[in-house]
Design a protein around this ligand. Structure first.
Ligand SMILES: *Cc1c(COP(=O)(O)O)cnc(C)c1O
Length: 345
């Protein structure tokens, strides 16, 4: 049977047409290598325009590289990163941040809806740490979160203040940054450097692109020799224009927010469909493009038999359903119709 991966993740979707066209346009003739080309310059300028500031931009292949390398850029081996227990950096990067930093540790905090709280960060910082322990040096939050929720600008600003007051660097994992901007309808700068964020992993693969994430340093004093770190890690593409041209297609005419809004709207529609059933329970507020939902195990088995592939991520019955730029109303209706029939199987 053909499995249906429509809701399994947002990276099961293809490439947005705007990025595909830009890729084709970049595939004409010769260009300088290793990021010395026009496309790389344009993509970097697009990112500076989006953030309305003169930030330092690096393009790498994966989100794990973006997080690990940027955190390694702000932490040394004797340092520690404060983050949520469920954060991708703590759970799904195979120790990448520790590896690339030469040993930086993590202080994981719990927090409802995938968010860490300023008060909890302050409590951790007040513990009497002598030289037997790694020193807190950075805070990392995920926006939108691993739970599909979105930090408000005020919440980010409050964490940014704790970071500044305590001499910590502030990192944001923006694997789904666009979905958060679309959800809050704010200017990207309000959610980042104006709120105290020093460095952002700006994701675009899950949103729209074939491959590639950007690392954006708002505090340029932190990125002095960062190009060397990227090269050492094998993250400087020799044909960099093909990593960067899709970014131009994505950002130049606002396609990124159009597609992010669409994915978010699809998630809201899917959630509304799921809520019709007495036996389903939404496990987290639906604020971006993710829906966390629980229904009985037998119904999951029946959905699988109908071809639906998705991940159970919370306990035995909590599924994560992701919407993307390519999700349609028909996909959602089909899923809901199959669910309705699965309940009576
Ligand atoms: C997917 C994801 C990443 C990046 O993952 P890669 O597979 O390395 O590209 C980072 N953070 C979060 C929250 C993610 O969901």
């Amino acid at each position: 049977m053909n499995m249906k991966y429509h809701f399994a993740s947002d990276n099961t979707a293809g490439i947005i047409p705007e990025a595909w066209d830009a890729l084709a346009a970049a595939n004409r003739g010769f260009a300088a290598a290793y990021g010395e080309d026009e496309w790389t310059a344009r993509a970097s300028d697009c990112i500076r325009d989006v953030f309305e500031t003169d930030c330092d931009v690096y393009f790498v292949f994966t989100g794990t590289a973006a997080n690990s390398l940027s955190l390694a850029g702000i932490c040394r081996p004797q340092h520690k990163i404060i983050c949520h227990r469920q954060s991708h950096i703590a759970t799904a990067e195979c120790g990448g941040p520790a590896f690339f930093s030469g040993g930086a540790g993590m202080e994981v905090l719990d927090g409802a809806a995938g968010k860490i709280q300023p008060g909890d960060i302050e409590r951790v910082l007040q513990q009497p740490y002598d030289f037997h322990y790694q020193l807190h040096k950075a805070i990392s939050i995920t926006q939108s979160t691993e739970t599909g929720t979105v930090y408000t600008v005020d919440e980010i600003t409050a964490i940014g203040k704790v970071a500044k007051d305590n001499n910590l660097h502030f990192h944001m994992d923006g694997a789904r940054f666009a979905n958060a901007v679309a959800a809050l309808e704010v200017r990207p700068k309000e959610m980042t450097w104006q709120a105290g964020v020093d460095v952002l992993s700006f994701g675009a693969t899950k949103l729209a692109l074939p491959v590639g994430e950007a690392i954006v340093f708002f505090d340029k004093s932190l990125s002095d020799d960062f190009g060397h770190r990227c090269k050492q890690a094998g993250h400087v593409a020799s044909k960099m224009r093909f990593l960067c041209a899709p970014w131009v297609g994505l950002l130049e005419n606002g396609a990124w927010l159009k597609h992010a809004r669409h994915a978010n709207r699809c998630a809201a529609r899917l959630a509304a469909g799921l809520e019709q059933f007495a036996q389903t329970e939404l496990l987290a507020p639906v604020e971006s493009n993710a829906v966390f939902v629980s229904f009985p195990d037998a119904v999951h088995r029946s959905m699988r038999a109908k071809g639906w592939n998705y991940h159970i991520v919370i306990g035995e019955t909590g599924a994560r359903l992701m919407c993307s730029w390519d999700t349609t109303g028909e996909h959602i209706d089909q899923f809901i119709a199959d669910l309705e029939s699965a309940f009576s199987d």
